[in-house]
Design a protein around this ligand. Sequence first.
Ligand SMILES: [Zn+2]
Length: 155
Amino acid sequence: MTKVEAQGLVQKCGVLFANAGFTQGNGTIKRTLYADKFEEFDFETMKKAIDKLILSNKFLPSLAEFYETYQVIRKKQGMGLPARTTKNACNVCGGLGFLIKPHTVNMLPYDYLYYCECKAGQRWAYDGRIIKEDQSEFLIPSIAEYHRNEQLESA
Ligand SMILES: [Zn+2]
C-alpha cells in the first residue's frame, strides 16, 4: 500500500482501539513504525485484518498480531506470503525486528520500544548518543535489557 494509505489505516487504528498509545511516550515513533510496516502489506487485506481485529481486541494489537491476522486472511484468499518472509522468521519478534512493551511510570502505562537482537533488529538498534552530528537523548534499548529489568523488578 502507499504511505498515505498506511497512515490512514494507522489513524483508523488510533480511533478504533482504546489506549492505542499514539499520543503519549513513544507515540510518534510508534505511529511511524506501524505506518512503515503497514506500507509493506496489501491495503485491502490489511483493512480486512483490522476489521477482524477490532471485534476481538479492545486495545491496540501488536504488529505481530496484525501480521498474524493478515497472514490468515491472505491464506484464505489463496495468495500465501512468499516463503522468504515466513521462513527464518525470528521467534522473538516474528521478523519485525522490534517489540513494543508496556511499562508503568508514575502509575501511568507507557509503551516502550525495544529492538530485537536478531538480524532484523539491527536496523532498530539506535542510540542517539553515539550519533555525533545530531546528538539526542533518544535511545532504543534491546529486548534483552527489557527482560533484565523485568527480572530485577520481580526479584
Ligand atoms: Zn527478532
